[in-house]
Design a protein around this ligand. Structure first.
Ligand SMILES: [Fe+2]
Length: 176
């Protein structure tokens, strides 16, 4: 089975469209944090970095009279559900292993409980890593979604992260 890289995902037009909407800099920072946390928590870095990169691609633009409406967003947002579905579709289209695509989609679905009825989520280690990585880059009132990054710098960072994850992809191939 073909090994899907972060560059494959990042450069796909669907990912570009939605990463630009929800903040490319935040997605990349979260992926880097997820890599470090994955090593610490003994979670697969391949899954953690892919899920972290794509965790916010389900965001919708909640505007009122042309202005971002935070209240409307808080009330109506389901970005984790949409993100999980979009990420899954994209990964399968790129040729990702279906078991991995499912794990990544579930980690995106459960990276936040903001859209869920009250109650405790029982997250597995991968899902916890993606949630923690996201929170490490969070800023008040969603400011982390507006941090800017050059397209060239972004691609370089993704390539560097692929390089770090690569040895773990090889390991996984032997064990699965
Ligand atoms: Fe996020």
């Amino acid at each position: 089975m073909k090994k899907v890289t972060l560059v494959d995902i990042f450069t796909h037009p669907i990912a570009q469209k939605y990463l630009k909407r929800s903040g490319m800099a935040h997605a990349i920072e979260t992926a880097y944090y997820a890599y470090d946390l994955a090593l610490k928590e003994r979670v697969c870095p391949d899954l953690a970095t892919k899920a972290a990169l794509l965790h916010d691609i389900g965001h919708y633009e909640w505007f009122t009279n042309g202005k971002w409406d935070y209240e409307k967003y808080r009330k109506n947002d389901i970005h984790a559900i949409k993100g999980a579905e979009r990420a899954h579709k994209l990964l399968i289209r790129l040729g990702e292993d279906p078991e991995k695509a499912k794990q990544i989609a579930l980690a995106i679905l459960l990276h936040t409980d903001s859209y869920l009825p009250e109650g405790n989520l029982n997250q597995n280690p991968l899902q916890r890593v993606v949630k923690m990585a996201d929170e490490m880059d969070e800023e008040p009132e969603g400011q982390h979604h507006y941090k800017q990054i050059d397209q060239d710098v972004a691609l370089q960072k993704i390539k560097q992260l692929d390089h770090k994850v690569q040895p773990f992809r090889k390991l996984l191939k032997k064990s699965v």
